[in-house]
Structures are given as C-alpha cells and as structure tokens.
Design a protein around this ligand. Structure first.
Ligand SMILES: NC(=O)c1ccc[n+]([C@@H]2O[C@H](COP(=O)([O-])OP(=O)(O)OC[C@H]3O[C@@H](n4cnc5c(N)ncnc54)[C@H](O)[C@@H]3O)[C@@H](O)[C@H]2O)c1
Length: 411
C-alpha cells in the first residue's frame, strides 16, 4: 500500500477491453507497490451515459463523463489514459498534452505516421514543461520479457544473430464474423499488422536494444467482405442479422468491405547485423493469443511464449558441452523484475499483471519527474516500421527501409 499523500488523479477514456484491463491495474497498483504517488481513479469517459455510468460503478471509478473534452478541460485531472480505438488517439492525446496532462496512450500510438509524428513532437514539447507521456506496450512488463532483455543486455547470448517473432490469433477465421472496428482501416489504421504485429515489433526491439532498419513484406486479406455488426467491443461482436437485409433474400445481413490486412508476414534487418522474421495473423486457426519470440546469439538463445508467461527458456552455450540444453527458468523469484511485490517463489502471475507493472512504472516516472518508456517517440518508431511493412507489401515485397524518426528514440 502506498505510504504517500501525493495523488495522481486519473481520467480514462474508453471502458471496454483495455478500459477494463487498465482499471484493474489502476485499482491494484498502489496496493501492491509502494510508490511516490497514489493513483486515484477520478473520472471515466464513454459516449453512452448509461453504459459509462455502469462501467464507472463496475470498474471502480469515482465519476463519469460522456465527452473526453470535458475530461481534459477539468483542472482536477492530472493523467489522461487513452483506451479508445486508434482513430481517436491523436486527437485526445494532443489535446491532453496541450492542457498539461500526463498521457498514457494505448498502442499502436496512432493510425498513421503523420499522427504519430505530431504526437511525438507534442510529447517532446510537453516534456520540457514536466509533462510525461507513455505508449502502452504492456508486454514489455511481463517479468520474463524484462528478464530476457537483461540477459541480452548482460551479453549472456553474445552477438545477436536472429530474431524470430510470431503473434497469432484466430478470432476472425469465420467469414461470418462481423466487420468490427478492428477490420476498418479508418478506425484501426491497419489489421493484424498494427494490432498484434506492433507488439512483437516493440517487444523484439526492446529486448534486443536494436531497431528494425528495413523490411520485405507480404500481407493478405483472406475474407474481403463481412456482415455489418450489430454491436461490438474488444474482440467480440454480433452480426446485425435482422435489421438489414443486404441481399434482399430475407436471410443475409448487409456486408461491408474489410479494408485492413488479416495477416502480415515480413523479414527484417535490425541494426547490428541481425536477421529477423515476423508473422502476425488473425487466421492461425487454434491459436488464440499466441505470442512467441526467440532470439539466437553467438553464446546462447532466449525464448518466450506468452501462453507460459511465467517462464523463460535459456540456452547457455558457454556451459560444458555435456551439460548444455535449454533451461526453463521460472521467473517468480523476488529478484526477478517486478516480482518482489507479489507472491512467494513459484506462485505464478498472469496477463493482467503486465498492466499493473505498466502503471507502476508510469506512476513512478511521473511522480519522480523522469520520462517513462516506451515514449511517444518509441511509439512513432514502431509506426514507421508498420508503415514500411505496408509500403513493401504494396510494392510486391520490395525491400523497404524504415524511415528515420527524426526524434531521439531510446529502445
Ligand atoms: N496493450 C494491449 O495488449 C492491447 C490489447 C487490446 C487493445 N489494445 C489497444 O487499446 C485500444 C482500445 O482497444 P480495445 O480492445 O479496448 O477496444 P474496445 O472496442 O474494447 O473498446 C474501445 C472503447 O473506446 C470507446 N470509445 C471509442 N471512441 C470513443 C470516443 N470518441 N470517446 C469516448 N470513448 C470512445 C468505446 O466506447 C469503448 O469503450 C486500441 O488502441 C487497441 O489497439 C491494446
């Protein structure tokens, strides 16, 4: 429990999937970690008054509003937490920074490079006035991933040769799954690429400390038309089966065009001579949320699988030949990243803890006046990789350099 009287009054926009995950983390963070400020769940925002009132009650927020502009205009809000789809990230974050609020914005930072550049520039300006900003790549905060980075930084796998990263889901394999916002370019920016590919781009750059410099990509949209949704949230939705009869036969609802990729596959070079492969798909039947990363170096290998998130695989090629083999490290010891505040060794943690760790790092950074990571500049750099992948795919997989961010980026 926090021992401080200092408060950070949080206002959160969006209350569905990420809104619930962030709320859980805001509720928990000061009860687990002793921090220099206490996060207060002051205000939640959603557009539907009834639903946001219910969300405020269910998720533990003190008050609600139906317009994010009200939230930003209030002088009793210190932090704006953006949990909306990508089409509103830039507008909300830019207004919040201009109003002097610290901002935590979900990934991907924006829907376009232009928006991300504007956000990184505004964050740099606000930083000079002590205003902090962070992009929500929460998987950095899984203890096994943080430990993976430590091992790599300590030289335990030597010179990095390969990165192999996949993030696989299957929630739209059914062609009758409706056209939710994640399948619309104007709402989401891109498909599997920006939604889940962005995570493995950030994670691998974070773990290796190297940046992707160029890519050759293919993308595909397997199902090009889908029924219009009746209602949707997060990764769930229902089809508008009755209200609209698009084909006039009394059975089929109206359909709309899918304007994003269903899957993206690319090879990449990272600086320092690293060769990498990336795959992001929503059509990997049977794979629900399968994020896997393996990094091979001259002295060893580290591998992580989100479905076994308390574990890290480590192959140490410096050990005597007779003893070599993959070691399964259970990342639950007090000396492992983030773990000292949780349970006795061996008592495992889960998906939601990555968000609590994210809030811990954010609150600590804001309260102590340092910049949290990943910054908006880091978010921009990921956006530039997404853009290079898209352009390469449009040019028949031609080799495409990642544009420089023009803003200092620390990975
Ligand atoms: N870090 C992660 O692992 C992770 C996981 C899922 C989603 N995300 C990201 O989080 C963001 C939200 O995704 P989600 O899955 O929570 O979506 P969602 O559809 O579950 O929720 C979006 C919420 O935003 C609200 N909203 C939309 N426009 C709004 C507006 N103009 N004003 C106020 N509220 C508005 C909706 O009502 C809803 O409450 C996206 O950027 C997504 O990429 C991150």
């Amino acid at each position: 429990m926090s021992t401080t009287d200092r408060q950070l009054r949080v206002g959160m926009v969006g209350y569905a999937f990420m809104g619930a995950a962030h709320s859980q983390a805001w509720r928990t963070v000061n009860r687990v970690y002793d921090l220099p400020a206490r996060a207060r769940m002051a205000l939640i925002c959603g557009r539907d008054a009834g639903k946001v009132a219910d969300a405020a009650d269910r998720l533990g927020w003190e008050a609600y509003t139906t317009d994010w502009r009200d939230l930003i205009a209030r002088d009793d809000i210190d932090v704006v937490d953006v949990c909306t789809p990508g089409d509103s990230h830039a507008e909300i974050a830019l207004a919040a920074l201009a109003a002097g609020k610290h901002v935590l914005c979900e990934k991907p930072l924006a829907n376009t490079v232009a928006e991300a550049r504007a956000m990184a520039a505004a964050a740099a300006t606000a930083q000079a006035a002590g205003v902090r900003s962070m992009c929500g790549f929460n998987y950095r905060r899984v203890p096994a991933v943080a430990m993976m980075r430590q091992l790599v930084a300590d030289g335990r796998i030597g010179v990095i040769r390969h990165v192999r990263a996949t993030y696989l889901q299957d929630w739209i394999v059914d062609p009758q799954f409706p056209l939710v916002w994640r399948l619309q370019k104007d709402r989401a920016g891109s498909g599997a690429l920006g939604d889940i590919g962005a995570h493995i781009i950030d994670l691998t750059q974070y773990v290796t400390g190297r940046r992707i410099t160029g890519v050759s990509a293919v993308t595909e949209t397997f199902v090009k038309e889908r029924p219009l949704p009746a209602g949707s949230s997060g990764l769930a939705a229902s089809v508008d089966g009755g209200a609209v009869d698009g084909n006039g036969d009394g059975r089929h609802p109206a359909t709309g065009a899918v304007t994003v990729d269903d899957a993206a596959v690319f090879v990449a070079r990272l600086d320092g001579g690293v060769l990498a492969t990336y795959e992001a798909s929503r059509f990997a039947t049977g794979r629900k949320n399968a994020l896997r990363v393996e990094i091979n170096g001259s002295l060893g290998t580290v591998a992580f699988d989100l479905e076994r998130l308390n574990e890290l695989e480590f192959y140490d090629a410096t050990r005597p030949a007779a003893e070599q083999g993959f070691t399964r490290i259970l990342v639950t010891e007090g000396e492992h990243p983030y773990m000292s505040a949780w349970w006795p060794p061996g008592h495992i943690i889960g998906y939601e803890h990555s968000f609590t760790h994210q809030m811990r790092d954010f609150v600590e950074a804001v309260a102590t006046g340092v910049d949290p990571a990943p910054s908006f500049a880091d978010g921009l750099q990921v956006q530039l990789v997404l853009d290079a992948v898209t352009r390469s795919a449009e040019l028949g997989s031609s080799w495409t350099e990642v544009e420089p961010a023009l803003t200092a980026v620390a990975v």
